[in-house]
Design a protein around this ligand. Structure first.
Ligand code: F0G
Length: 458
């Protein structure tokens, strides 16, 4: 039987115009932005796949929630809605609202971090790593070996290498480990999921050594989708139940709610331990806001509470994951070197394979990001040596392990014809690939350089 097309499970009530542009115009825009798409203005972009963060379309229910937002400084009903939604999902006693994910990270890693401390993750997202390193601590990534092979099919490429975890604990001493962090799904590692089995194993090791285990749970609903469909024993569990089970295995979580809570702004830190929660609440009040709003308006909290439920709707999650997969599979069929299997929120392209003639220190990922913009007005992001490269003492670049480009799909924003347009743009990208040249960085800040670095064409 032929399956019917999986349609967007929503219809459109309010539209936002896209301003179209010619390649010639985009050439000028890109030059003015120093070949860094972060420096473009949004009206210069046709399809914005820079990030899935804070770019979701909210539902009619969420917009209704916005009107109900209670803006009281203390104890607002919107805070009560948000707190209840987070507790229902995570089962944790202490919930600290923050304006976005990195604020939660700064608070918890500022508290647990500092000189001499080590943090271990399947892969730290860039803001997570930056907050840890800023505290003086060290961040070590230990994804499973399979995750480095971009074409290998493995159901849970986001998993952590548990043998390496044990070795590092023995090497460094459990007392020096600030925390172990599982990022679900593993954003920088290709949007790949973490299995429940791996979470259980990591949790067991952490418990044995008295080490705190945290979830970076921005995309925990998407991760639950993969568990239900790929890991035995979860077929009859709801997506929400799967996520709840994952939270039971950890001591705390930080969430950028700009992803799987379907809001444009928001986040939280949630903890079981009273003492840690107390210390973090002090910091929250000093730098974010009072403990019943953090950095959020009442209306933000109301929308977040609603989004955190909507995201587990099976029709939504099926559409969400299938549409990302659709884009990825089409590109794969055309011969674009995509990371396989296709992740949850984004399609990752191996720019080093697309441009084998461009060495890492000439940033093949940045070259692809610029080409996508020029040819289609498509904005994407480099996740390679621009984002994660470091300099050795002699000034040479220490390249990132992979040179990826991410096409992140905003939630409930683009339709299938937008996605078809992206696919068509890749025809040109493939044709011109052999002639494309790299870039050099002419200006950069010390931390998170990809946001503001300036480039020149080579
Ligand atoms: N952790 C992960 C796994 C993330 O993907 C992000 C953000 C954060 C933490 C930080 O959250 O932006 O709310 O402060 N990722 C965005 C992205 C920026 O484009 O992937 P934030």
């Amino acid at each position: 039987m032929k399956h019917k097309t999986i349609i967007e499970p929503f219809k459109i009530k309010s539209v936002e115009p896209i301003s179209l542009s010619t390649e010639e115009e985009r050439n000028a825009y890109l030059k003015k932005a120093f070949y860094n798409p972060f420096l473009l203005t949004s009206d210069q972009v046709i399809i914005d796949l820079l990030t899935d963060s804070g770019t979701s379309a909210m539902s009619a229910d969420q917009w209704a929630g916005i009107m109900k937002g209670d803006e009281s400084y203390a104890g607002s009903s919107s805070w009560k809605s948000m707190e209840a939604a987070v507790k229902h999902l995570t089962g944790m006693e202490f919930v600290l609202p923050t304006h976005q994910g990195r604020a939660a990270e700064r608070i918890i890693y500022g508290y647990l971090g500092g000189e001499g401390k080590v943090f271990i993750s399947n892969t730290h997202f860039d803001t997570t790593r930056a907050n840890i390193e800023y505290s003086g601590a060290e961040a070590i990534d230990i994804p499973i070996q399979e995750s480095y092979d971009t074409t290998l099919i493995h159901p849970f490429k986001g998993n952590m290498d548990t043998e390496r975890l044990k070795e590092i604990i023995t090497d460094r001493g459990a007392e020096n480990i600030g925390a172990v962090i599982l990022t679900v799904t593993n954003n920088s590692g290709g949007g790949q999921p973490v299995s429940m089995q791996n979470t259980k194993e990591v949790s067991k090791i952490c418990k044995e050594h008295g080490i705190i285990l945290l979830l970076d749970c921005c995309r925990v609903a998407e991760n639950a989708y993969f568990i239900k469909h790929r890991e035995g024993g979860f077929e009859n569990k709801s997506y929400e139940e799967i996520a709840q089970q994952m939270f039971q295995l950890v001591d705390g979580a930080a969430m950028s709610s700009k992803k799987d809570a379907l809001v444009n702004m928001g986040g939280f830190l949630t903890l079981r331990d009273k003492e840690i929660a107390k210390a973090c609440t002090n910091m929250l009040i000093i730098t974010e806001g009072f403990s019943t709003y953090g950095g959020l308006s009442g209306r933000d909290m109301e929308a977040l509470a609603i989004g955190l439920k909507e995201v587990f709707d099976p029709h939504y999650l099926q559409y969400r994951i299938r549409s990302t997969t659709y884009l990825g599979e089409k590109l794969d069929e055309m011969g674009v070197p995509v990371m396989l299997p296709i992740g949850g929120h984004a399609v990752y392209i191996d720019a080093q394979k697309l441009y084998p003639h461009i060495p890492a220190n000439e940033y093949p990922g940045q070259a692809l990001v610029c080409q996508l913009y020029l040819k289609g007005g498509i904005r994407s992001v480099e996740i390679g040596s621009v984002m994660f490269g470091k300099y050795a003492e002699d000034g040479n670049l220490i390249a990132a392990p992979m040179e990826l480009v991410r096409l992140a799909i905003p939630r409930r924003v683009y339709t299938q014809s937008h996605i078809e347009y992206v696919i068509e743009t890749f025809d040109e990208i493939l044709k011109e690939a052999p002639e494309i040249r790299g870039y050099k960085i002419v200006e950069e800040p010390k931390f998170l350089r990809h946001f503001t670095a300036k480039f020149e064409k080579l």
